[in-house]
Design a protein around this ligand. Structure first.
Ligand code: SF4
Length: 232
């Protein structure tokens, strides 16, 4: 490893070591309960909320002291659940599919206890690179809606913006993940951040997503203090 990469790695370690930590495994955003399974992620997006803050929508720090078990997540959900809750969202300060087994088990527990409430997965779409292509089918029947961060109109721009550990393979894998979800998960949506793309690229993204048979959401950049639950 060259010196520059070593020093970047050390800077990242120092950055993470300086963070306030908590056991915020679930938190409320609007009328949804969001689930914080992990701080791991295969991307390092330049617009990531985590680069600028430690919380989201008034939560405690979303940097975890440790990764929770599915049972601990359910217990955290139970402690904040009210009749106002309309859905559950796997989101948090990391990529939920980095803990695929815990994601599936937690979704099963939620479905058993709250069968009428839909579950959404917010993801970078790289699960098939992390967990293998066959893993996607384990989400079917459990996840009611998936929101995949498309972010760019092509693989090169995606790599420049998101810095995936999978490099140039990440973009196509993310698109394929979406294709495998369409028809098997009731709502499949891709998203882009308006401020990071040109209008031309947004049009290209619309075409890509239309071909797959999914929806595109063009969302605003969000900051730590943003209270708009639709911002993420
Ligand atoms: S995929 Fe999400 S959690 Fe991971 S770096 Fe990008 S914005 Fe942050």
């Amino acid at each position: 490893m060259n010196t520059s990469k070593e020093s970047q790695k050390q800077m990242r370690k120092d950055f993470l070591a300086s963070k306030p930590r908590s056991e915020t495994f679930a938190y409320i955003v609007g009328d949804g309960i969001y689930i914080n399974l992990t701080n791991r992620c295969t991307n390092d997006c330049s617009f990531c909320l985590r680069n600028n803050g430690d919380t989201a929508y008034g939560s405690n720090s979303l940097w975890l002291t440790r990764e929770p078990s599915p049972e601990e997540v359910l217990s955290a959900i139970d402690s904040i659940y009210s009749d106002k809750c309309s859905s559950f969202v796997f989101c948090g300060y990391g990529e939920p599919t980095c803990r695929f087994d815990a994601l599936v088990k937690t979704a099963e527990l939620i479905k058993q206890k709250y069968p009428d409430k839909p579950i959404r997965l917010n993801t970078n779409g790289q699960s098939e690179l992390i967990n293998g292509e066959g893993s996607t089918s384990l989400l079917f029947g459990l996840i009611d809606s998936v929101s995949i961060s498309l972010n760019s109109a092509n693989a090169d721009e995606y790599d420049a913006l998101c810095h995936s550990v999978f490099g140039s393979r990440a973009y196509d894998a993310m698109i394929n993940f979406g294709k495998h979800c369409v028809g098997n998960i009731p709502v499949v949506q891709f998203s882009v951040v308006e401020e990071t793309l040109s209008n031309e690229d947004i049009e290209i993204c619309k075409e890509i997503v239309a071909k797959i048979g999914a929806k595109l959401r063009v969302r605003k950049f969000i900051s730590e203090n943003d209270q708009n639950p639709e911002g993420k």
